[in-house]
Write a protein that binds this ligand. Structure first.
Ligand SMILES: [Fe+2]
Length: 312
């Protein structure tokens, strides 16, 4: 049974920092590096498949992602059968083992407890807004990831070997809802609108470096710049959480609310590219009317009622 009151999973993960200190002073915006502590996280370090990279590959039944050397970013990757994964690793490709919670009960229990203790909004089962997941990263020596930031929050446990992390505060965008990697030729439109300054193309002078060694734990908040390098083979285990925003909660709730009205469920016609001017004007008028009527309804609805409609 989960022990919500004692925040057991967070206390175990962050020791000697307490869950209370973390929740008050770091979560969700301030990074935290915790040097290795003896006898910490023994349940995780006892997992047989995390003993070596070979053991991890051998225990794998699902596919493994291998990062292509062209861009040193995990989004440039291919899916491999586990039998081919070591070959890729030995050819300097980082391996990403997605959904580790599906293959190990210690990891799935820790993930569920962390989700709970962090107070993350999940929503209904089909929404699954925080998309809690665990990934293992096997990074060969002299590899790493180029400078980027993520739209999710990450807790990293260094299992074996070491990895150097460089972290820097993001001064170009607050609370980004998209990830970005330096050198990318395209930027998501949503992110472009969210930026108030030009994004970095290299780590700034005030970046901070941490050497992750076995047992070290790192919290990287959403939007925080980071890059990594290794000078030996490295294995780490991540717990990753999407960050459900007020905008997500609002839009999901409004969506559920308006779907109760058959007028909103009608096919949307007249605003497609092929619509003529008359169709477009009629459609805009209809939409405007519907929108204004709904806004009045919403203004008379309490937050609690709306959230209930949204399944929260
Ligand atoms: Fe990242």
């Amino acid at each position: 049974m989960k022990n919500n009151l004692n925040n057991t999973a967070l206390n175990d993960l962050l020791f000697p920092v307490t869950a209370d200190d973390f929740l008050n002073s770091h979560w969700p915006e301030q990074p935290l590096f915790i040097p290795a502590q003896p006898t910490k996280l023994q349940k995780i370090f006892s997992i047989p498949e995390l003993k070596t990279i070979e053991a991890l590959v051998k225990a794998r039944t699902q596919k493994v992602r291998a990062c292509l050397p062209d861009f040193d970013d995990e989004y440039s990757s291919i899916q491999l059968e586990p039998k081919d994964a070591l070959k890729a690793f030995n050819n300097n490709m980082t391996l990403v083992f997605d959904q580790m919670q599906n293959q190990n009960s210690v990891i799935s229990e820790m993930l569920a407890n962390l989700t709970d203790e962090l107070g993350l909004v999940i929503g209904s089962s089909e929404q699954n807004l925080c998309q809690a997941r665990s990934m293992a990263y096997a990074t060969p020596e002299w590899c790493g990831t180029r400078l980027h930031f993520d739209a999710n929050a990450n807790f990293i446990i260094q299992i074996s070997g070491s990895k150097k992390w460089t972290l820097a505060k993001n001064k170009s965008v607050d609370y980004p809802t998209e990830r970005f990697t330096t050198g990318s030729l395209e930027m998501p439109m949503a992110l472009e609108k969210q930026c108030h300054d030009q994004l970095l193309d290299a780590a700034p002078a005030d970046a901070v470096e941490y050497l992750m060694q076995p047992g070290c734990v790192l919290f990287v908040p959403r939007g925080y710049w980071h890059e990594t390098t290794t000078d030996e083979n490295s294995l780490s285990l991540n717990f990753t959480f999407s960050q459900p925003t007020w905008a997500d909660i609002f839009s999901k709730s409004i969506h559920s609310h308006v779907l109760n009205n058959p007028e909103w469920r009608k096919l949307c016609v007249g605003i497609g590219q092929n619509a003529d001017e008359l169709q477009k004007q009629t459609a805009l008028k209809q939409f405007d009317l519907l929108m204004k009527k709904t806004l009045i309804e919403i203004s008379n609805t309490s937050a609690d009622e709306l959230l209930t409609e949204g399944g929260f």
